[in-house]
Design a protein around this ligand. Sequence first.
Ligand code: THU
Length: 133
Amino acid sequence: MEQYKELLTQAKAAMAYAYTPYSNFNVGAAVLTKSGKVYTGCNIENAAYGATNCAERTALFKAVSEGEKEISAIAVVSSSGEFTYPCGICRQVISEFMKEGNLIFENNEGEIKVIPLSDIYPYSFTKENLISD
Ligand code: THU
């Protein structure tokens, strides 16, 4: 749990860099790699709204682009103060790089939720599904 609290602290720090002129909804994420490194990310919006990148994918893509392809946990917080869960696209992207692991959330009351990926995203689409015969 101490490691998860530290991950939440880093996610909160990353939220300060959110670029959200359109929604004013700031999100911060921090991924823990299997090798023990932490990569953080924030959401980055765009005037062409569809080009927006969520905080979870920012953090994950930073890790993968530095050679870290195995993730064991991801912490997510937002400026809403409520538990903020990843969108469908982020769940799919997380599942690509986290075979088993936990998603960590905190609200403004300081309550923490730890949810296994298999609970939040069962029946994911995987590379095994691409094999057709
Ligand atoms: N957003 C995230 O960054 N992560 C989530 O888990 C939910 C949504 C961002 C995308 C957009 O910048 C803003 O929150 C509102 O949808």
